[in-house]
Write a protein that binds this ligand. Structure first.
Ligand SMILES: [Zn+2]
Ligand SMILES: [Zn+2]
Length: 450
């Protein structure tokens, strides 16, 4: 009766969009609430925006799980807890459609970030029943005991879950890395997870094709690298980053202070940065797009007494500044009359990479305006070798890799593995079929799966 079962609705062979359900008796735990981001084929876009959860479900973007979403379905007698590992849209993009009475377990920094995004940018904008918790807290939910564990990822509040049921123990890694500013958090997660003794480990494999971190900058190297870029710059310097990673702005604040230039930050980004303890002393606000600021952002800028520098104010004075400048501000370069020889620093954020059609468009803008493209970023995901070392530390009874275009690459010859499948309901007995993968089974496949 109380036998535990679990199933994968989304997010096995995609980057994010993870939705896994673990059921035990009349209680179920569902994590995360992500939307897969596929910029090459978004299905719904500015021309055909989704009208609600029904549209997303009809096109296969959101799963149909009775009693979870605002779709008129019910799950009588079933108690549901939703858990969110971190703020990224590929883990939270379905929150705007969640039933508001369902409890949502998340780390208090993830909560703080989602609320700040609601205030000034692109939060879920929904009055959800958030249950923010600190790291190490244990949440009892019927037969479940869920512990939030800190991991290092490129957003605050990133968590892994240790999930205990009367039958089986599960570990969910969330997204994580070992090359960030706090590798010790991820190392400690591995040790805690090993001591927990999981039967099943769900772990991400975003960078399954990158064996190690060769050619990649570590988070801690960014400020020095940026300093060098600023030193060599003759004209304007513009940069984009993902505002859900306020720590990244700190690298820019640090490098710009050393450069003698003045940092201009977009109001929403500055608001989020300050909400996470960022120091904006000596910075001003970039006023491009200020007509789109929310009331909260507008009030905050006024109350703080920030100087607001608008695009036309930059004409002929670009070399005095470093400007936080997202892709959706590129038109401002026309008003700035941007001088040739300036630099655009891409530090993650949109466009996400060459797979994003906006990437090519970005390059056309830069070429037309004679601006130099420089990439100074660091991914939030561990290389394959790092993920395998974490698995080796944890030593789960069975590994089930997810969150990867090539999940078959994530495995160790010493650890039993079961490749997850959509639509299958797993039970404890199914674990007996797990076996260590062979090198052949872990080989890269030619065309990435979708
Ligand atoms: Zn993710
Ligand atoms: Zn993430």
């Amino acid at each position: 009766m109380n036998q535990v079962s679990w199933q994968f609705y989304r997010g096995i062979d995609t980057i994010g969009g993870t939705v896994i359900e673990i059921r035990c008796g009349d209680h179920r735990l569902v994590f995360d609430m992500g939307r897969i981001f596929n910029p090459a084929a978004p299905v719904f876009d500015a021309v055909n925006p989704a009208r609600g959860i029904h549209d997303l479900q009809a096109m296969g973007i959101a799963p149909r799980i009775p009693g979870l979403f605002d779709d008129g379905t019910d799950a009588p007698g079933l108690h549901t807890l939703v858990a969110i590992s971190h703020s990224h849209l590929d883990h939270t993009g379905l929150l705007p459609y969640l039933r508001t009475e369902l409890p949502v377990l998340l780390h208090e920094d993830t909560y703080r970030l989602l609320r700040a995004l609601d205030d000034v940018l692109d939060g879920p904008h929904r009055p959800l029943n958030y249950q923010p918790q600190p790291y190490g807290s244990v949440t009892e939910f019927g037969p479940f005991r869920i512990t939030l564990v800190q991991v290092d990822h490129d957003t605050p509040g990133a968590s892994a879950f240790l999930i205990e049921t009367p039958d089986l123990k599960f570990v969910y890694s969330g997204d994580l890395r070992l090359h960030g500013a706090h590798p010790e958090w991820t190392v400690q997660f591995g040790e805690l997870a090993r001591a927990f003794g999981p039967d099943v480990l769900f772990i991400e494999g975003t960078r399954a094709l990158n064996e190690d971190n060769t050619g990649m900058l570590f988070e801690g190297e960014l400020a020095d690298k940026l300093s060098k870029v600023l030193k060599g710059a003759q004209a304007g310097v513009y940069f984009s980053y993902y505002p859900r990673h306020p720590e990244r702005l700190h690298s820019f604040v640090d490098a710009v202070r050393r450069s003698g230039r003045k940092l201009l930050v977009q109001a929403p980004h500055a608001y989020i940065y300050e909400a996470f303890g960022g120091d904006l002393d000596g910075c001003a606000i970039y006023g491009g797009g200020m007509e789109q600021w929310t009331e909260t952002a507008r009030r905050w800028v006024a109350e703080k007494g920030f100087e607001v520098v608008r695009p036309q104010d930059l004409q002929g004075r670009e070399s005095t500044y470093v400007v936080n400048f997202d892709y959706d501000r590129f038109r401002d370069w026309i008003d700035i009359q941007v001088a040739p020889g300036g630099v655009f620093v891409h530090s993650n954020g949109s466009p996400l990479g060459p797979f994003d059609p906006a990437w090519n468009n970005m390059l056309v803008w830069l070429e037309t305006l004679h601006l130099q493209f420089v990439s100074v970023g660091s991914t939030g995901h561990g290389a394959r070798g790092d993920i395998l070392s974490i698995i080796d530390t944890i030593q789960p009874r069975v590994l089930m890799p997810i969150h990867s275009l090539q999940p078959q690459r994530i495995g160790l010859p010493t650890v039993n593995r079961l490749m997850p499948q959509y639509g299958k309901v797993y039970r404890a007995d199914d674990l007996a079929a797990a076996k260590p993968p062979t090198e052949d089974e872990m080989a890269p496949v030619e065309a990435p799966q979708r």
